[in-house]
Design a protein around this ligand. Structure first.
Ligand code: PLP
Length: 231
């Protein structure tokens, strides 16, 4: 259970974002914080919501649905960041506001079909796999432009941009390199006429490097909630 400490850690993360933005001449208001609450309880999320945090990211479907049910009295924005199997699309389409980990057209087509027309479109980011590690989800950079065009043409979905999880590094310059490639890919989509506004990159260990390379949304778990225990 985290309560008081998580709210002070939240303030510390917001201060990190603010400082990183100013250091590279960006407006901090252009960077939003997604609090990654996977493995943490509904009570933990409630404590953060009381401190003003509205957007939460989850990786495990059943766990997140239980949390949403327990927090129905709050107005929160829910983002799915985990890997998406086809048998999860119906629940994701029904319950989430955002999906950051889209990497296959058939999944996008299912989501488009399953998203109700009474809901706003599901905001989606394509997950990009820069390292080519087969064990990681994500589409290769060269496949991003055609997938982006196909997803942007689907009803029920709104293509917002790109997401990546680079290999961890403790060196700032090394951290910046994949983020720079992501920014270039994202600018290419804009040049191709797509109205993408989100670059989802940067986590507890590398959010400053991501902000220096243009992140518009950082996904932070450990620095807010503490270490996760294995799941
Ligand atoms: C868990 C997770 C995060 C948060 O990572 P921390 O290092 O705890 O900040 C961010 N993005 C994704 C996709 C994750 O799965």
């Amino acid at each position: 259970m985290v309560t008081l400490t998580s709210t002070s850690k939240l303030q510390a993360v917001l201060a990190r974002i603010d400082r990183a933005a100013r250091q590279c001449g960006r407006n901090p208001a252009g960077i939003s914080l997604l609090a990654i609450s996977k493995t943490w309880s509904a009570g933990d999320v409630r404590a953060l919501a009381a401190a003003g945090q509205r957007a939460f990211g989850e990786s495990y479907l059943q766990e997140s649905l239980d949390k949403m049910a327990a927090l129905r009295d709050l107005t929160l924005e829910w983002h799915f960041i985990g890997s998406v199997q086809s048998n999860k699309t119906r629940q994701i389409a029904a319950h989430f506001d955002w999906l950051h980990s889209l990497d296959r057209l058939p999944v996008a087509e299912r989501l488009a079909e399953q998203r109700s027309s009474s809901q706003p479109p599901l905001s989606v980011c394509l997950q990009v796999n820069l390292s080519g590690e087969a064990s990681k989800g994500g589409v290769s950079p060269s496949d991003v432009p055609p997938l982006a065009q196909a997803v942007a043409a689907l009803p029920g979905l709104r293509l917002r941009g790109l997401m990546t999880i680079p290999a961890p590094s403790s060196d700032f310059e090394t951290q910046r390199q994949p983020f720079r490639r992501m920014h270039e890919l994202w600018l290419q989509l804009q040049a191709d006429g797509l109205a993408v506004d989100t670059l989802s990159m940067g986590m507890s260990q590398d959010l400053e490097a991501a902000i220096a390379e243009g992140a518009t949304l950082v996904r932070v778990g450990t620095a807010i909630f503490g270490e996760r225990y294995s799941k």
